[in-house]
Design a binder for this molecule. Structure first.
Ligand code: IMP
Length: 444
């Protein structure tokens, strides 16, 4: 039985965790297929807040299994910390969580390397990583000779492997002019990670085989994207991206489950844009509008607590990432945050070197030069947090959502007006074929 995939269409933090949590009801297994502890998911229900980084948010629903696949880079300390936190709040992990023996492991040297290397782009800029060692771990995976996978932690030569890599990294770091870190202690690292391996042993399996068996047995999978499509290593705003395929393209390679098993792709968008870290963001509002969005939307990083850069909705970027991820329908999140603004803007084209285009540029230099071409729409004053149906949305809010759907060319099936599960408007499939605001002419 085919599955569902939830993909962020911007630069991450699109509130995918909330959506995954809602959709989990209709699925048997929630699958995390890329990234690592750089992601942060917040789910609120029943007055309680749950913050997850690497364990899929499906863990909050009894009866649903969760899988962390081999496409993920795994910091065992972080997973264990998260497991302990969930268990202390009464959630059962055992028999429900599976972690791939193919997952590459984040070691202390990756975190050192992340700190040393960020900021060394040739133009002096910084990617502004989360500092969790994600990029260096993926770099070692691709390089192979210094890589250690979770399955390796159970092999007799694990101690030798750690000694080999630690000695190589120590020589590398010693030659680094800005390095002030103490040399890595291979014995200490080995014994700490051997401890993690024991704690994780009951959960470590071949998740590819497990998932292939599951789809053949008719179990419904829900693939949970991390970060956003614009941070995709191959198709995002390189080099200001993360190190994995965070768009929908990463589902198959990260999980080992062919794309033909996914028959519903939901693209998740904030009603505006945010970005953390470096890199161009054409619609950024470094002004009162940006502050309004940041404060109402509580736009501070879940993982790093950094204030997020905020701006108007960018339909050029969103249309590109929706096409890239094969999106069927859209979920527009955080619509309530835009309340109280007299006018709203949507970027519907870029001007680059005096030429107007609706194509998202492949080269970072072009994106840096892009001047947004805005449409202005009327705002609304009403608070939306108590709205539970499409009918009760202010007309201008419906008009705004409709315009997003038109510009991207995909229907909006879900709108979120607050962090709680209950603050969600889900349209029936028939209704998604109609515009939200029937007075709005198509392609206006
Ligand atoms: P890294 O993934 O830690 O290497 O960071 C690379 C870039 O991706 C930086 O700009 C980060 O801020 C951004 N990034 C990584 N994970 C997330 C996320 O979950 N949400 C938003 N941005 C992220």
């Amino acid at each position: 039985m085919p599955g569902t995939c939830v993909i962020g269409l911007q630069w991450g933090d699109e509130a995918k965790g909330k959506l995954v949590d809602i959709l989990t009801e209709d699925h048997d297994i929630v699958v995390r297929y890329a990234g690592g502890a750089n992601a942060g998911h917040t789910v609120v229900f029943g007055g309680q807040t749950w913050k997850l980084s690497i364990i899929p948010s499906g863990i909050l629903r009894e009866g649903v299994d969760c899988v962390i696949t081999g496409g993920v880079v795994l910091d065992p300390a972080k997973v264990i910390e998260e497991m302990d936190g969930l268990e202390s709040r009464g959630l059962r992990m055992h028999g429900r969580l599976r972690i791939s023996d193919r997952a590459h492991v984040v070691f202390p040297w990756h975190v050192v390397e992340d700190r040393l290397l960020d900021g060394s782009l040739s133009d002096g800029g910084a990617i502004g990583t989360t500092g969790r060692g994600i990029g260096p771990c993926y770099r070692d995976k691709v390089g192979r000779s210094l890589a250690i996978r979770l399955g390796d932690l159970y092999r007799g030569d694990f101690r030798d492997k750690v000694a080999h890599v630690a000695s190589f990294k120590n020589r590398l770091f010693a030659s680094w002019p800005t390095n002030s870190a103490a040399p890595l202690d291979a014995d200490e690292i080995h014994s700490r990670y051997a401890g993690y391996a024991e704690r994780l042993r009951p959960y470590v399996v071949d998740t590819t085989a497990h998932l292939l068996d599951a789809v053949e047995a008719g179990r419904r999978l829900l693939f949970e994207g991390a970060q956003g499509a614009l941070l995709d290593i191959d198709h995002g705003t390189f080099p200001y991206v993360t190190s994995s395929n965070s768009s929908g393209l990463g589902v198959a390679s990260g999980s080992g489950v062919p794309g033909r098993w996914v028959d519903r792709v939901i693209g998740v968008l904030k009603a505006y844009s945010t970005r953390v870290g470096g890199g161009p963001m054409p619609t950024e509002q470094d002004n009162a509008t940006g502050v309004h969005i940041r404060e109402r939307g509580r736009e501070y990083g879940t993982v790093t607590k950094r204030p997020r850069r905020c701006g108007w909705f960018d339909a050029v970027a969103a249309r590109y990432s929706a096409r890239l991820s094969g999106v069927d329908e859209l979920a527009v999140m955080l619509l309530d945050v835009l309340g109280g603004l007299d006018e709203l803007r949507i970027c519907s084209a870029y001007e680059i070197d005096g030429r107007r285009t609706t194509q998202f540029p492949s080269q970072i230099g072009d994106l840096e030069k892009a001047v947004p071409v805005y449409e202005t729409l009327p705002g609304w004053r009403e608070e939306l947090d108590a709205v539970r149906s499409e009918r009760d949305l202010p007309a201008n809010a419906r008009r705004y959502v409709d315009r997003i759907a038109e510009l991207i060319g995909r229907p909006v099936s879900i709108v979120s007006v607050g962090p709680d599960r209950a603050q969600t408007i889900i349209r029936d499939p028939e209704a998604t074929r109609r515009p939200w605001h029937p007075q709005q002419p198509a392609n206006a």
